[in-house]
Design a protein around this ligand. Sequence first.
Ligand code: FAD
Ligand code: DHB
Length: 389
Amino acid sequence: MRTQVVIIGGGPSGLLLGQLLHTIGVDAVVIERKTRDYVLSRIRAGVLERGTVDLLRQAGVDGRLHTEGLIHEGTMISLDDEMFRLNFTKTTGHPVIVYGQTEVTRDLFDARAACGAKTVFEAEEVVIGNVEGSAPTVSYTHEGRRHTITCDIVAGCDGFHGVSRQTIPQDKRREFEKVYPFGWLGVLSETPPVHHDLIYANSARGFALCSMRNANLSRYYIQCSMGDNAEDWSDEAFWEELKHRLPPEIAATLVTGPTIEKSIAPLRSFVCEPMRFGQLFLCGDAAHIVPPTGAKGLNTAASDVHYLFQGLKAFYGSNDSSGLEQYSAKALARVWKAERFSWWFTSLMHRFPEQTEFELKMQRAELEFLRTSQSAQAAMAENYVGLPY
Ligand code: FAD
Ligand code: DHB
C-alpha cells in the first residue's frame, strides 16, 4: 500500500495532524498500538492554550470544545494558608480552556471516522524503514498479518515509549533529561470542583492541584513519593492528605466522594534533538516530556503539530520543502521555552527531599514576588496561556 503520510501513534498529536492534513486533502494513515477504548481511557491533561484551541478549530473539531469547555480567566496559587489569584486575561488578553485530553481525543477520533480516514488499531511490531531515502516504509503486524506502507513522510507521534525516536541512530540524536524525585498521584471524582478556578498549592506537606473537567467532575493531584503505589492510597487517605495541603477555608468546602480513577505519574523533563531524521519527523511526547505543572505537555505536542502541518502544507501545496527543513529548529525553540516554564513552576511549587531552609526561603520569596509584582504575573500568565507560534 502507498499513502502520503504515515502517522505513528493515535494520541492527540497524531490525530490532530491527521485531521489537519485531511482539511488540505493530504492522505494519512494512523497506526496505533492500542484500541480506541484504551486510548480514551487514559486520563491526562486538562488545560488547553489558545493556540491548541485554534488548531482544533482549523481541524474542524472545536464544536463540543466550545459548548462544554470551561473558560478560565485566571488561576489561584496558594502557599500554606495564603492564596492569591493570577489574572490571565488582564495581562495577556487571553483565557485558557479546561477541556480534558480524553474529550479532545474522542472528538478527533469521531472526526476521523466521519471522514473515512484510515486508522489501524492494535498494530504490533511497528518498524520504520528507509527514512533516509525519499520513500520510507512503515511495517506492522495486524491480526496476525504483516503489512507495509510506503509513503513520503513518517510522523512519529507515538509518545515517550514509542518506536519513532529509537529509529534515529544514537549518534544522530542528543537527549537531555531531568528526573524529579517525586510523582503526582491523580484522582478523578464525580464531585463538584472545590473552586471555580484551578488551585496550585505549595504546602509544607508537598504540592497539590485542584482541577476539574465539568461542574460535577473534579480532578485532583497531590505530590507523592516516587515509590508510592496508587492502590496503596485509599480514597480516605487521599482526601485527608489533599485537605492538609489546601488553605483551611478551601479545605472546609471540599466535597469528597468515591474516586473513579487513581494513578501515579512520574515527573520528568526530557528533550531529544533534533526532531527530524531524514523523512521522519517527531511530534509531541515522542520528542519531549515536561513535568505536568503548568499543563504544557499536550499543548507543546500541539505546537509541534502546527509547525509540521505548516511544513507539509507548503511541501504538498507548492513543492516547497523549506518548512520541513526548518521544522526541528522552529519546534525546538518553542519546546525549550515550555520546558523552562514547566521546570520553573515545578521547582517553585513542590517540596524537594533535602531542600534547605535557604531554598525554602527562596521559594517563599519568589511566590511573594509573584503575588505582588505585575510584571512577574504578566510573565507567568504569558507562558501559561501559551507563547505565540
Ligand atoms: P501520547 O498521548 O503518548 O500518544 C502516543 C500514542 O502512540 C499512544 O496512543 C500510544 O498507544 C501510541 N504508540 C506508542 N507506541 C507505539 C508504537 N510503537 N506503534 C504505534 N503506536 C504507538 N499533560 C498535561 O498537560 N497535564 C497533565 O495532567 C498530564 N498528565 C499526564 C499523565 C500521564 C500518565 C502521562 C503519560 C502524560 C500526562 N501529560 C499531561 C502529558 C500529555 O498527556 C502528553 O503530553 C500528551 O498525551 C502528548 O500527546 P502525544 O500524542 O504526543 O503522545
Ligand atoms: C491539569 C493538569 C495539569 O498538569 C495542570 O497544570 C492543570 C490541570 C488537569 O489534569 O486538569
